[in-house]
Design a protein. Structure first.
Length: 157
């Protein structure tokens, strides 16, 4: 399966989880699992919740990760501060990179908003390959981010 086909498959599955949404943590956990399962090159997939002056680890798939990220450095923090998707071809060259796991070599981080355009979280994906993310990833992950805005405005049960 090529990258576009993999995204069609993952987006279809995530749409169903969002449609059946009853709990934010559960929906995000399933989203991380679907993405990790859909792309063998994804080393780590997870969410960090935006808490105003830091990011807090949420549901993820992969090895243990940093629990709390201050907003003063790193790719996730820059994404939260700048409110835009960031693609890094070589994290070892990124100024202020926070290395939760030294096996990570490239990264993409996408902001996740609710319907009121309030930043709720960032979606962080790492790869052990260098230069592993491109515009196809950015475009499709933004589609997923747009789907996820639907889960923040509903009451969890």
């Amino acid at each position: 399966m090529n990258k576009s086909d993999s995204y069609r498959w993952t987006i279809g599955r995530i749409k169903k989880k969002v449609k059946d949404h009853i709990n934010t943590i559960a929906t995000l956990a399933n989203t991380a699992a679907i993405l990790k399962e859909g792309f063998e090159n994804y080393f780590w997939v997870g969410f960090y919740f935006f808490r105003g002056n830091y990011l807090l680890l949420g549901p993820f798939q992969g090895p243990p990760a940093c629990v709390k990220l201050l907003l003063d450095n790193g790719v996730c923090s820059d994404c939260a501060n700048e409110r835009k998707t960031i693609i890094v071809d070589d994290v070892h060259e990124y100024p202020g990179h926070v290395a939760c796991d030294s096996r990570s070599n490239s990264e993409i981080v996408v902001p996740i908003y609710n319907h009121k355009k309030k930043l709720m979280a960032v979606l962080d994906i790492d790869s052990i390959n260098f230069s592993d993310f491109d515009e196809t990833d950015r475009e499709n992950l933004l589609v997923i981010a747009d789907l996820l805005k639907n889960i923040w405005d509903q009451q969890d049960s």
